[in-house]
Design a binder for this molecule. Structure first.
Ligand SMILES: O=C(O)CCC(=O)C(=O)O
Ligand SMILES: [Fe+2]
Length: 321
């Protein structure tokens, strides 16, 4: 197979069990072969995507002083604006040429986990863009629901209870991120990484990308192949927590973004992660005498924090104070 599979997930929204199982089998195959696939037939409307994108363009076009009012490096719970070069996904390359906005599940200041200063927990920090907060909070919930539908389909192939993920995604630490990649202007700067090569940290990522292109995926032969934009789809990929859960039956595949030549690029990944206290340990159906569990047990929060420390200098500094 030379190009990434495209899976129509509309049957997951019907009562037809055969069609449901057929989609689950396609997802299972894509997760084993690629760790990457496209989905179409999902319930997120084009009008919603346009509205969210418009707001993201409006936000990123603001002066730096305005954006830095919600500077992510001033928080301990990973919310707000990340300026260019805040993140370095590939330690062998320069910092990423991108700016970001991150939000999570909004927990108010008097929530017990916020009062207890649990990592990654707290209120969202929204910019003062008209209509932004209501739109983004709704979009976050809708993306979370879509991610859980896909996860439910995976439970069949993984041989675990149908509600295995649902029970672990209560008050999740999922992140909705908007990214703006400024253009590079000469072909000779082709090495410039909008996002350096990396694997995602979490369970499952659902990515909207605009028409600019530049996303590349490393196949099992080690070749970089394009994952071009396809209208009406999300690119879905698995992260390291799912690889650990499944004992590498499902792949967490490296990918990167080459900075677009002469045009701006906007993308919106939704990183679905469970409740922070969730134990990430080998699923019962994924280990046997021939394939013992490869990874030590960890928790979602412990794992995410260690990966953030690898890619964000400011988080390493926070850990040492
Ligand atoms: O912007 C993209 O297309 C991909 C971004 C990505 O891989 C990430 O943020 O983890
Ligand atoms: Fe990624």
């Amino acid at each position: 197979m030379t190009s990434l599979p495209i899976i129509d997930i509309a049957p997951l929204y019907s009562d037809n069990q055969n069609a449901w199982s057929e989609v689950a089998a396609q997802i299972d195959h894509a997760c084993r072969e690629w760790g990457f696939f496209y989905i179409k037939g999902h319930p997120i409307s084009a009008a919603r995507i346009d509205a969210v994108l418009d707001s993201a363009r409006h936000f990123f076009a603001q002066p730096a002083t305005e954006k830095l009012k919600i500077d992510i490096t001033q928080t301990r719970h990973h919310r707000g604006y990340g300026a260019i070069a805040t993140e370095q996904l590939d330690p062998g390359k320069p910092s990423d040429l991108k700016e970001t906005f991150d939000m999570g599940l909004h927990l108010p200041a008097d929530h017990p986990e916020v009062l207890a200063e649990k990592p990654l927990r707290g209120p969202n920090r929204h910019p003062s863009v008209p209509g932004w907060e209501a739109l983004m909070e709704q979009h976050y919930l809708d993306m979370q629901a879509l991610a859980q539908t896909l996860l439910r389909a995976m439970t069949l192939a993984l041989g675990i209870e149908r509600d295995f993920f649902d029970t672990r995604f209560n008050e999740p630490v999922s992140v909705l991120r908007m990214i703006h990649y400024p253009p590079r202007h000469t072909a000779s700067s082709a090495e410039q990484q909008g996002a350096g090569a990396h694997t995602d940290y979490g369970c499952i990522t659902l990515l909207y990308q605009d028409a600019a292109g530049g996303l590349q995926v490393r196949n099992v032969k080690g070749e970089w192949i394009e994952a071009p934009p396809i209208e009406g789809t999300f690119v879905v990929n698995l992260g390291d927590m799912m690889a650990r859960w499944s004992n590498d039956r499902y792949l967490s595949t490296p990918h990167r973004v080459i900075s677009p030549l002469g045009v701006d690029r906007y993308s919106m990944p939704f990183f679905a992660e469970p409740h922070p206290d969730t134990r990430i340990e080998c699923l019962p159906g994924c280990q046997d005498e021939l394939r013992p569990a490869k990874y030590p047990t960890t928790t979602c929060a412990e794992f995410l924090l260690s990966r953030f420390a690898d890619t964000y200098a400011y988080r390493r500094e926070q850990q040492t104070v």
